[in-house]
Design a protein around this ligand. Structure first.
Ligand code: HEM
Length: 599
């Protein structure tokens, strides 16, 4: 009897397993292959600090259509032009919505922003306004004089640096120019001057927002804990958004006080649409955030990458300069106009090649499936997040000859372009969500790069060889160069610890050692024991502080440093389980923050 009831219980369980197996492996419900997920975290641990590279490596094992479990989020990764083509040509509408990162909900931005709204009447309306009012050829032609003026200012700024013998921070100069090109196109005014801290502040805001939105966030992997904002990302992005809104509110208020229509620029157009009740003021404020955040860093990073690659390949830089000279003449010749771009095929090829190797958004912005979709024989479930790895597609050796090398020449005889028709090269995306700012970005990139190349001879600092030029990357929503570590090392090597500098400060160190001798002698005469550890530490502290600041440091500094070393070396739960990091369970981070504050 007992045996009978056990069989009755087992039969449905076995049936459920068989049914699940069949469903899982049927072409209609079979997920694309992927690495086996761990309990709870899934595959998060495989992402690393450069997810576009880690995911590209995984796709070499699992194929160009791959599933990752990121916490509780199913993520589909597309890594080949063929799969991208099927996605965007056959199913564009099914994938045209966004997986919105939690941070984009700060100050309700995602509710209004063109970049994060799902496909809905509001998003369509805003995209339509962008296409037919903001980024038309006619409007861009009308504002090209203002952009030209900004680029001339850039030239003056760089010239000034050259005359003073100062090195130019290309990233910063390019960002400031991109910012001013945008603000002049939109508001007919600058947001900052080159020499003020304004541009740095705005750059920090824009960069901070991109970085935070692109940062792996517990809230995005585990929506159930979203409300807690464990890593504080939403809170920090809110602060940055508010600061940006404050800047825009001031400009809008001023324009409303004078009469709308006085400038006939983008802001005038947007405010007249508010007057006609086609947009709300909040739509306009958040649209400006979206345009500035999406438009500045992407543009300046691309310029920085282009110049970095050209510095690594001086013969290509010379070729580009020769093309410019042929069109514009040598020396005090006329400067470049946007209308010249079409006559500069090599410069265009450099821009394409830069965007192939260094697309500003390596995964585009995250797309989302709004329905169950059958894609290339696999099943993509509704609500899955979709990443298109354009970074890998641009370097796929099956698609590109000598795929890792910087060879603009490959585009001279090719019809392939970045404008969304060619699935092997999609730095601006394609389909419904293609970058609306592309026409403006295209003009700005060529104008800035051509001006940089025509106006100056670029060479490497301090005998650096082309192969030493830094091409490390930093991942956020946009891919940026990460020169910080190398830059700091370089400063240490060539400015802080040179023989010349150390010889100059040796007198101060000698004095400190004499003091130690005097102190030790004093102790001996008084018959006192010497705490060698303490005396040696105080002396090394004073040797350092005199080398760095030419002064002694206060005495409780020693305790602070000890404490810091101890806290830093102690085994910490946060280092073994990064997901618990935001909780700082042992309080080690807080301890160090307190010490740093005291310093
Ligand atoms: C080098 C320059 C630029 C690059 C590489 C770039 C690239 C991109 C990419 C890859 C996307 C996402 C496409 C997708 O998810 O399928 C995007 C979206 C967007 N871009 Fe750009 N962009 C650039 C410049 C600009 C500029 C100058 C603006 C405006 C001033 C702009 C505004 C936007 C906006 C608003 C979106 C969101 C569109 C939507 O979701 O409907 N971008 N861009």
């Amino acid at each position: 009897m007992e045996c009978y009831s056990i069989s009755i219980l087992l039969i449905p369980i076995i049936l459920i397993f068989i049914l699940r197996y069949l469903l899982k492996n049927s072409p209609k419900t079979k997920l694309p292959p992927g690495p086996k997920p761990w309990p709870i975290i899934g595959n998060i641990h495989l992402l690393g600090s450069k997810p576009h590279r880690s995911v590209a490596d995984l796709s070499k094992t699992y194929g160009p259509l791959m599933t990752l479990r990121l916490g509780s989020i199913t993520t589909i990764v597309i890594s080949s032009p063929d799969v991208a083509k099927e996605m965007f040509l056959k199913h564009d509408i099914d994938f045209a919505s966004r997986q919105v990162p939690d941070s984009a909900w700060a100050v309700d931005h995602a509710k209004f922003s063109m970049a994060w709204l799902p496909v809905c009447p509001k998003w369509r309306e805003i995209r339509k306004i962008s296409a037919i009012q903001l980024f038309t050829n006619q409007r861009l032609d009308a504002s090209q004089g203002l952009r030209k003026e900004k680029v001339n200012e850039l030239v003056e700024f760089v010239k000034d640096c050259c005359e003073k013998g100062l090195a130019v921070n290309i990233g910063k100069a390019a960002f400031t120019t991109a910012l001013n090109l945008l603000s002049n196109t939109f508001f007919s005014m600058n947001l900052s001057a080159y020499d003020s801290s304004g541009s740095q502040e705005f750059k920090d805001l824009a960069w901070h927002i991109m970085e935070e939105i692109g940062r792996p966030n517990v809230s995005d992997f585990f929506p159930l804990v979203k409300a807690l904002d464990l890593q504080g990302v939403r809170r920090r992005v809110s602060t940055s958004f508010r600061k940006m809104l404050k800047v825009f509110d001031k400009i809008i208020d001023e324009r409303l006080r004078h009469h709308i229509g006085s400038k006939d620029d983008v802001l005038d157009t947007l405010l007249s649409l508010v007057k006609q009740n086609e947009l709300t003021l909040d739509d306009v404020r958040h649209m400006l955030i979206a345009l500035f955040v999406a438009g500045t860093d992407t543009t300046s990073n691309t310029i920085e990458w282009a110049l970095t690659e050209l510095l690594r390949h001086p013969e290509k830089m010379a070729k580009a300069q020769a093309e410019m000279e042929q069109l514009l003449g040598k020396g005090q010749s006329r400067s470049i106009q946007e209308s010249d771009i079409s006559k500069l095929p090599y410069i265009q090829a450099i821009v394409k090649e830069t965007m192939r190797l260094h697309p500003a958004g390596p995964f585009l912005l995250p797309h989302k499936a709004t329905t169950n979709v059958e894609l290339c024989g696999y099943w993509v479930p509704k609500n899955a997040q979709v990443w298109v790895n354009v970074w890998f597609i641009g370097r796929d050796p099956n698609v590109w000859l000598d795929s890792e090398s910087f060879t603009p020449e490959r585009f001279l005889e090719s019809e392939i372009d970045v404008k969304g028709q060619d699935f092997e090269l999609m730095p601006f995306g394609t389909g419904r969500r293609i970058c609306p700012g592309m026409p403006l970005a295209y003009r700005m990139l060529h104008l800035m790069l051509a001006t940089f190349l025509h106006s100056f001879n670029w060479k490497l600092d301090h005998g650096l060889n082309p192969e030493d030029v830094d091409i490390e990357e930093k991942f956020g929503i946009t891919l940026a160069k990460c020169p910080k570590w190398r830059h700091l090392r370089k400063i240490s090597a060539i400015q802080l610890f040179t023989n010349q500098r150390l010889v100059a400060s040796q007198g101060l160190r000698k004095k400190k050692v004499d003091e130690l001798v005097k102190f030790a002698k004093g102790c001996c005469e008084k018959g006192l024991a010497i705490d060698i550890g303490k005396a040696a530490f105080t002396t090394s502290l004073n040797l350092l502080s005199n080398t760095f600041f030419s002064i002694d440091l206060f005495t409780d500094f020693k305790d602070l440093v000890w404490h810091m070393m101890e806290e830093g070396a102690r085994p910490n739960v946060s280092d073994f389980s990064p997901l618990l990091r935001p909780l700082d369970l042992q309080g080690a981070r807080k301890g160090l923050v307190d010490i740093f504050a005291k310093y």
